[in-house]
Each structure stands twice: as C-alpha cells, then as structure tokens.
Design a protein around this ligand. Structure first.
Ligand code: NAD
Length: 485
C-alpha cells in the first residue's frame, strides 16, 4: 500500500523531506511512515483540486451520485482490509471498526441520493412575469481536516456531501491515523477524475497551510476546541466559510423513574466505547440519590467484566487509547478529582503492559470543581454525581462550555420534553445514547461550534445559496430613476 500524499490522482512523495511515524496504539510498534506535508505539497493539492473543480462542478448531479455509489461499492468489497487497517492504526475493537466502515460507505450512498434530489427550488414571485429561484452552488476547493478517533467516518461526513454538492476536496487526515484515508484513495476513489479528491498527510503545520491557502474558500474541521480557535483566528480575516465540530462534555442524566440496571448498561456503553474517545462519549453521569446505590453497583460490576486488549483480538471489549499525551490527560483528571475528594471505585491506573492502555474507571463523590466534570477527558473514565431533583439535574447538564450531545433515561414524557427543550446540546438522546441517523443533523452548540454534519443540513454546509430574480421579458420599471421618464 502507498504511504504518500495522493495528489491529482497519483501517489507522490511531494516535496516533503520529513516523515511522521504511525504506530499501532495496542503494540506501540511503528506500522508505517508518511510524509509531513509542506506548504508546497498543500499548494500542489489545492491547484489540482482547483483545476478539477472547473469540470467537476459541471458534472450532472446524477453522474456524481453514481460515482459516490461506486466508491461505496468498492469500500464494501474491500471492507475486511479496511477494518483491519483501521484497527491497527486507531486501536478500537474490530466490531466497532466494522460499524465505522459500514457507516462510512453508507454515508456515501446517502449523500449520493440527497445530492441527486436536492438541487434548489423555485419560489413565489412578487411580480407577474418574474421568475424567482433559489439555487445551490459549491464553494470550490474544500479543505477537510479530520481527527483520529473516527478517521473514516468523519472523513465521509465531510467528503461525501462536499463532492455531492460539486466541490473538490483536499483532505488532511490526522497524523496518527492517515493510513486508512490513503487506503481509500487506492481502493475506493480511483474512479474519480484526478484532482477531485486529494490527501496531504502531515500534522498541524500541514493543516495550517491548508487553512492559510487563499484558494481554499471553505474549511470543514473536526477536532479539539483549541485547534478550532486557532483555525478561526487564521481564517476570519479571509472570511472563509468554517464548519466546526469541536469538543464535548456530554451529560447522561438518569431520572428517578428509570431502571438503574438498564441505565448502567447504557452508561458503560456510552462512556467506554472507543475507550471513551468519542466526541459524544458520556463524560459525566447524574443519578438521583435514591437510585445511586443500585446504579453504581451495577456499573462497577459491568466495568469489572470488560476485557482490555488489542482491538484485533475478538475477546477485546476496550482497546488502547491513541497515545500517551491523551492518556496523560485522563491520569491528570483522575488525580485532580482524587485530590479534591473523589473516590475511584474501579480502575484508575495504567496497566503494566505494552500499548497506550488505561483501565476503565468509575469515580464517585465528584463535583463541578473538578476537571473531570468540566473539561473534556476523552478517555475511559466515568464520573458519577448524585442530584436531588430534576431542576438540579438540568442545571448541571447545562453547566458546561460545550453543547454537543446529552442523554436522559426516563419513561416520563414530561421529563423527556423538559430535557429536550431545556438542555442546550445539538443532539438529545432519550433512552438510547449515541445512536446516529443519516438524516439526523449532528453537531454542537456553544463552544462545540456551529455547523451540522449528516442530514440535509450536512449537504447545505457545503453549498452557497444564491437567489436569482429574473424578469424574463426585460420590461422597464416605473420605479427606476429618473422617475419622470
Ligand atoms: P486536534 O485538534 O488535535 O486535531 C484534529 C486535526 O487538526 C488533525 O488532523 C490535526 O493534524 C489538525 N491540526 C492540528 N493543529 C492544526 C492547526 N493549527 N491548523 C490546522 N489543522 C490542525 O484533535 P484530535 O486530538 O485529533 O481529536 C480529538 C478532538 O476532536 C476532541 O476534542 C474531540 O471532542 C473532537 N471531536 C469532535 C467531534 C465532533 O463531531 N464534535 C468528533 C470527533 C472528535
């Protein structure tokens, strides 16, 4: 497999003299090296994408749809190789990666059809003989900057709607997981005209070159808040269109009528899938005093039954974290919480083995003075706090700078309604956390950033809206100056 940039339909070393090592987080072994893309590499990719845009934007929506479906078909055919490489570069267990790959190709199918059938509209005119239309246009070259935790899914949520809308793309995958993006170029994107899809590998400096490039009018970015803030400050003077999906600190509230055993299973899943490295991970749990004993006991039992291991092992429930920097943040948050009075009921340590593992951890006696309840932890730690009444639970759920997702467990429709109306988050899950829907817009409020992926909103992010007002007969108007003529 090629481990170079993919520019104008070809794999190339480009101008890079430096490389970045990609390791398997379960073994710490280097599995490949990729070039650290330079400004010149980024410019080559942008020029290729710009040249391709001139014809791609004129390709009919139906032809574009067929090419997106073909990409999806190829991913289906190569599904097992893709799942395996994804597991080796990202670390989560095989079944989770299978789900990611299915979501990836299905997203291409979804946007193939949405792009084919959503082309703008005619609106009522205020004058006879005048045609008013709302039409949708692509931006041009879109820079897609992707994180490591769902490297293919988050690529698909950007690239599929961007292409369906008629844009061309330059993708900058995460330096930790660039291999599957390159694999798709080889296995699934080879039928696109050269320059329509380009990948430049590299780290933040490469991403920044893409953001700074004057011929990239739109940046679609998923990643951390601090990187998003940097991108915003660079792009603002150029008035670029920015699409942001930033961090989260999702609350999971258990109402007093909920089944504590079922809630414990849902929390273990939502807090520990992908070793807690999901933007919508359950990062803090609120349980009423009356249910706390039973809920916590069940949660600790469940967590104690989970197997930590290499994602390639079919017995593994939880894989490694992506790297030491991310694991250290979990260690720091747990230490800060313990210093302020929290108790660790299970886990809390780095196991003595190769790989960037951290034990799945449950903490109690936590409060909002602790980092683990206010800053994104992004790891396998579940802090559980008790509350007295539902007003307090809603207030605590809203006590965050982030607003990505929130979950409630209840059978009480009144509580459900209060929760989805009053909690400020882009997605509200009731009794079924972390379930996405291709047609359901996904994104955040507050510091999580605006913009939505998936759904029609996710296509519209990649299109400019233009209003056309057309007097077909070109008649003179009584209100034109000078009035007396
Ligand atoms: P990150 O911000 O470190 O990196 C994301 C991408 O940005 C990488 O490709 C990186 O190379 C690039 N980058 C870094 N510095 C850059 C710069 N100055 N200019 C341009 N590009 C730059 O984030 P990460 O650690 O890869 O991902 C984890 C974060 O992503 C978490 O905060 C998580 O919540 C967030 N995330 C959010 C969502 C969502 O939908 N809201 C989904 C997944 C992950």
């Amino acid at each position: 497999m090629n481990h170079f940039h993919f520019i104008n339909g070809k794999f190339t070393r480009g101008h890079s003299t430096e490389t970045i090592a990609v390791d398997n987080p379960a073994t710490e072994q280097v599995i490949a090296t990729v070039p650290r893309g330079t400004d010149q590499d980024v410019d080559d990719a942008v020029q290729a994408a710009k040249a391709a845009f001139a014809s791609w934007k004129r390709v009919s929506a139906s032809e574009r749809a067929e090419m997106l479906h073909e990409a999806s078909q190829k991913m289906r055919r190569h599904k097992h190789e893709i799942i395996e490489l994804l597991t080796r570069e990202e670390g989560k267990p095989l079944p989770e990666n299978e789900e990611e790959v299915v979501w990836t190709y299905s997203t291409f199918d979804y946007y193939a059809e949405l792009g084919r059938h959503s082309r703008g509209r005619v609106i009522p005119s205020t004058e006879d003989g005048v045609l008013n239309m709302v039409i949708k246009e692509p931006y041009g070259v879109v820079g897609c900057i992707v994180p490591w935790n769902y490297p293919l899914l988050l690529l698909a949520w950007k690239v599929a709607p961007a292409l369906a809308a008629g844009n061309t793309v330059v993708i900058k995958p995460s330096e930790m997981t660039p291999l599957t993006a390159l694999q798709l170029c080889e296995l699934a994107f080879d039928h696109f005209p050269p320059g329509v899809i380009n990948v430049v590998t590299g780290d933040g400096t490469t991403g920044e070159a893409l953001v700074r490039h004057p011929e990239v009018p739109m940046i679609a970015f998923t990643g951390s808040l601090s990187t998003g803030q940097k991108i915003a400050s660079i792009a603002a003077p150029m008035m670029k269109k920015l699409h942001f999906e930033l961090g989260g600190k999702d609350a999971f509230v258990i109402a007093d009528d909920a089944d504590p055993e079922l809630a414990a299973r849902a929390v273990a899943y939502a807090g520990l899938i992908n070793a807690g490295q999901v933007c919508t991970s359950t990062e803090r749990v609120y349980v009423p005093q009356a249910l706390a004993g039973r809920f916590i006991e069940d949660l600790v039992d469940l967590v104690s039954s989970l197997n930590l291991g290499d994602g390639m092992d079919p017995n593994t429930d939880i894989g490694p974290m992506i790297g030491t920097r991310y694991r250290q943040k979990v260690v720091d948050h747990i230490a800060d919480a313990k210093a302020k009075g929290a108790r660790v009921l299970i886990g809390g340590n780095i196991p003595n083995r190769k790989g960037y593992f951290h034990e799945p951890t449950v903490l109690v006696d936590v409060n909002h003075s602790m980092k683990i309840m206010t800053e994104e932890t992004f790891g396998p730690a579940i802090p559980v706090m008790t509350y007295t009444d539902f007003d307090e639970a809603i207030r605590l759920a809203n006590d965050s700078i982030y607003g990505l997702g929130a979950c409630l467990f209840t059978s009480d429709a009144k509580k459900a309604r209060r929760f989805f109306e009053e909690v400020k988050a882009g997605t509200i899950w009731i009794n079924d956390p972390l379930t996405d829907n291709y047609a359901g817009p996904f994104g955040g409020m507050k510091y999580t950033g605006g913009g939505r992926e998936l759904g029609e909103e996710g296509l519209d992010e990649f299109r400019e809206t233009k209003h056309v007002h057309w007097d077909i007969e070109a008649r003179p108007k009584s209100w034109w100056l000078p009035y007396h003529k």
